[in-house]
Write a protein that binds this ligand. Structure first.
Ligand SMILES: NC(=O)c1ccc[n+]([C@@H]2O[C@H](COP(=O)([O-])OP(=O)(O)OC[C@H]3O[C@@H](n4cnc5c(N)ncnc54)[C@H](O)[C@@H]3O)[C@@H](O)[C@H]2O)c1
Ligand SMILES: [Zn+2]
Length: 361
């Protein structure tokens, strides 16, 4: 078990194969409540709802499902309101806790509902996408989107437990797996040269869904994220900032594409390629290492160039609105694989030049 420390409470991340059928047993070791309110979507319920509910019932919990739509649109105040009303209806003389069974969308929404219902009830994350297993289920950031931007209404509210069953990745569409691999490459690049070398060596096994290799990746990444958020939960000490490698330009690419047609992982892959180019141009990183990062991204079929429907202006304007850009032209750059550095005041001309070179002509 990996332990995460937070201002609220410490919690564990259990990682392995076939763990979903032990979910009830894990929950019964905690004092989370007696009545499980499972937030999920129809696709995930079809595949895993049965095992999840059976495991909870066998451990003595009552179970109710709450289905939300399968898209980012579910991360809204409107859907949050519906979930809370359903939860209030379920919660008559009960001791409810939430089980977030799904990817990052379900995890962020269900976590936010848990944070605000009765000023906070326990919840358990059961991440089912690679992105959720290596990233969104850990660290307690919960949120819904507003018209003005993504994740604008949120709370730091850690789960009581994360149960990560890598077998659930077997049913993930390839594009989602590849998208999650962008985050895995990010962890290797910012903090784990050993993981990075394994990613270079094992791409065909990983892309074929090799569970042994995927479990290694998930476990390494979860450890890295757990260590970082345990020391800087609220992004106050600059440590959590390094997780943003590739995300400054990545978020801008997503915004420029109006969050459709490109996955988060594909966008941050382009962002990581830009961050490497900036690092080389600023004399921080040598060209050979930048090429290694680019090559690793390509091995997983991730893009390093943006499509030509994007213009430099479309990408650069949202960049200057990014809430993490902080008006200081702040970037997480690289000195070496495993050695990130935060750099302020990167010149807008250089940013423009690097972004322009990353748009396919
Ligand atoms: N809280 C955080 O720290 C944090 C960090 C990163 C991202 N996020 C958020 O995560 C969200 C993206 O999450 P995501 O990439 O997991 O997308 P997602 O939740 O939309 O899931 C992607 C797709 O995969 C399907 N799916 C999920 N599990 C499956 C499985 N095992 N088999 C088959 N299909 C499955 C889903 O139904 C969906 O269609 C964004 O809203 C982002 O803002 C949050
Ligand atoms: Zn990300």
């Amino acid at each position: 078990m990996i332990k995460v420390f937070s201002q609220n409470h410490a919690y564990g991340i259990e990682i392995g194969r076939g763990l979903l059928s032990s979910l009830g047993r894990y929950c019964s070791r905690l004092s989370v409540g007696k009545d499980a309110f499972i937030v999920t979507n129809a696709r995930v319920k079809r595949a895993y709802g049965g095992i999840c509910a059976l495991s909870l019932k066998e451990a003595g919990f009552t179970v109710s499902f709450c289905l939300v739509g399968d898209s980012e649109k579910s991360k809204s105040l409107a859907v949050c309101g519906k979930v809370l009303e359903r939860l209030a209806g379920f919660d008559r003389g009960k001791r409810p806790f939430i089980v977030a069974l799904g990817g990052g969308v379900v995890g962020d929404l269900a976590g936010f509902c848990a944070a605000v219902y009765k000023r906070g009830i326990p919840y358990v994350q059961v991440p089912t996408t690679l992105l959720a297993q290596v990233d969104s289920s850990i660290g307690g950031k919960t949120a819904v989107d507003l018209k003005a931007g993504k994740n604008l209404a949120g709370a730091f509210y850690p789960p009581r437990l994360v149960v990560t069953d890598v077998e659930l990745l077997a049913s993930l569409p390839r594009r989602q797996l590849v998208s999650g691999m962008a985050e895995v490459v990010k962890y290797g690049v910012i903090s784990d040269p050993g993981l990075f070398r394994r990613l270079e060596a094992d791409s065909s096994k990983i892309l074929a869904g090799g569970l042994k290799e995927l479990e290694y990746c998930v476990e390494r990444c979860a450890r890295i994220k757990a260590a970082i958020v345990s020391r800087d939960e609220r992004e106050e000490k600059g440590l959590r900032t390094i997780l943003n490698f590739g995300h400054t330009v990545g978020h801008a690419v997503e915004a420029a594409s109006c969050y459709s047609g490109i996955t988060h992982g594909e966008a941050i892959s382009i962002g990581m390629a830009c961050a490497c180019s900036l690092s080389v141009r600023l004399g921080l990183l040598d060209g050979a290492n930048a090429a290694r990062v680019e090559n690793a991204l390509r091995l997983y079929g991730l893009p390093v160039m943006a499509g030509n429907t994007l213009t430099p202006r479309l990408i650069i304007e949202p960049l200057f609105r990014d809430k993490k850009f902080k008006g200081k032209n702040r970037f997480v750059l690289l000195r070496d694989i495993g050695r990130p550095v935060i750099v302020d005041d990167v010149s807008p001309e250089l940013i423009r030049e690097v972004v322009r070179a990353r748009i396919r002509s």
